[in-house]
Write a protein that binds this ligand. Structure first.
Ligand SMILES: Cc1cc2nc3c(=O)[nH]c(=O)nc-3n(C[C@H](O)[C@H](O)[C@H](O)COP(=O)(O)OP(=O)(O)OC[C@H]3O[C@@H](n4cnc5c(N)ncnc54)[C@H](O)[C@@H]3O)c2cc1C
Length: 385
């Protein structure tokens, strides 16, 4: 099997070719998806026993970053698909249906989407209004899913809902719904500032499916033990890729200036140096989080600890802020050639895409949750974690 990086490089090249068109037309990255399927990259996280390649989350993060350097929307699609796959890998292995489904993902290279956001709840992942209604061996579910990235193009959607119509809003489950088991009626479009290729439209989602498709673990456990960490780590990897590419453009800009006037250091070089140090912080933050997550997977006390939750939240808020600052620096370095959309130094798409980072589960909401945790959790006094 060819190394993941080589396979991802081919996908990244395809994504680069179509990135401006996706952005202009706010259309789905069909070409990148085709390339991901051809390279069989949609199933690498799935264990070998089910037909996958037992890749680590760090392998997937590297691919997200590589694709993100060329097309943020394509990279986000790949990240979100893998966040859903990781829930199946971590929490679906005790269920025959989910094991068979993992096999299908490998064989058919299925694309998974996510419906957690809900009208009236917003980005509060850990509460739902809609509820699952069990009827014999089947369940029914209707959700005002206000944002489902590439929902119209996915083969299956993982949907959160209350366990039953009389369950409290935080007693949630997550169910897999295949595309032929649900009706999606579009309620809102996706004409946005950035991330235009994710096509994250709103839908009224009505589904009926076998109850065996509901993941056996409560969603509270799925969120705490895998989804929160994998989301924050893979999103950060995407934003690292976007920031990296913007800074590379700025560096090319000052190099071109330096060539024109060999004895004068271009003024923008200082900003490039400053942004490079921020990029290093971003890399260190994300890599440390990936290592910590890998360790925690073998240590259930660590996985459920407040310290781990705080660390994973910090990765997201830190990466989303740094990415914005780095790209802002890159824009200042490139000036009008960065501001224009049709130059080798254009930064506009990067800047618009990365503006989604602080609102993709609002940083303020995350800080709000963390401020409560930090009332009880003592900060780690050690440099080595
Ligand atoms: C590119 C992109 C793709 C997405 N894809 C998906 C997807 O596939 N599936 C999906 O389910 N969702 C998706 N989302 C939705 C996303 O993950 C968030 O849930 C959503 O953006 C939150 O919407 P909101 O801003 O209305 O939310 P809210 O979280 O309701 O926040 C609204 C405002 O209230 C403030 N606020 C809320 N709570 C607090 C608090 N406790 N403390 C302080 N301030 C607070 C925030 O600052 C925010 O400005 C996507 C979002 C983006 C940007």
């Amino acid at each position: 099997m060819i190394a993941f990086a080589n396979r991802a490089a081919e996908v990244a090249a395809v994504a680069a070719q179509h990135a401006d068109a996706l952005d202009r037309e706010a259309r789905f990255p069909h070409e990148t998806l085709r390339a991901l399927k051809d390279a069989r990259l949609l199933s690498i996280l799935i264990p070998e026993e089910f037909g996958g390649e037992s890749a680590s989350l760090a392998d997937v993060a590297e691919i997200c970053s590589l694709i993100g350097q060329n097309c943020a929307s394509s990279a986000m699609m790949y990240a979100m698909h893998n966040i859903k796959v990781s829930s199946l890998v971590s929490h679906g292995r005790d269920s025959n249906w989910h094991c068979d489904f993992m096999q299908r993902i490998c064989e058919e290279q299925l694309l998974l989407a996510s419906a957690t956001t809900e009208g009236g709840i917003g980005g509060d992942l850990r509460n739902s209004i809609c509820a699952v209604e069990i009827d014999g061996d089947n369940f029914k579910l209707g959700k005002d899913a206000t944002v489902i990235s590439y929902g119209a193009h996915a083969d299956a959607i993982l949907v959160t809902a209350r366990r039953a119509p009389d369950a409290p809003s935080s007693d949630q489950v997550m169910a897999v719904v295949l595309k032929d088991q649900c009706k999606l009626n579009r309620t809102t479009g996706w004409d946005t500032l950035g991330m235009r290729g994710t096509c994250s439209e709103g839908f009224r989602l009505d589904a009926e499916a076998p109850a065996a498709q509901i993941l056996p673990k409560p969603f509270a456990e799925i969120a705490a033990q895998s989804m929160l960490a994998t989301s924050h780590l893979l999103w950060s990897a995407v934003w690292f890729g976007v920031a990296n590419n913007a800074l590379a453009r700025a560096q090319n800009f000052v190099r071109a200036q330096a060539k024109g006037r060999p004895n004068v250091t271009p003024p923008g070089a200082l900003r490039v140096a400053e942004a490079a140090s921020m990029l290093q912080l971003m890399r260190a933050n994300t890599l440390d989080g990936l290592r910590r997550f890998a360790r925690a997977q073998a240590d259930s006390d660590e996985l459920t600890s407040v310290g781990f939750a705080v660390a994973m939240n910090n990765i997201k808020v830190g990466a989303s802020r740094l990415a914005g600052e780095i790209i802002n620096h890159a824009m200042l370095v490139c000036g009008i050639l960065g501001y224009k959309n049709d130059t080798p130094f254009s930064i506009g798409r990067h800047m618009r895409d990365v503006l989604s980072a602080p609102i993709m589960i609002s940083n303020d909401r995350i800080f709000g949750n963390m401020s409560n945790l930090l009332l009880i959790h003592r900060l780690d006094p050690h440099l080595a974690s």
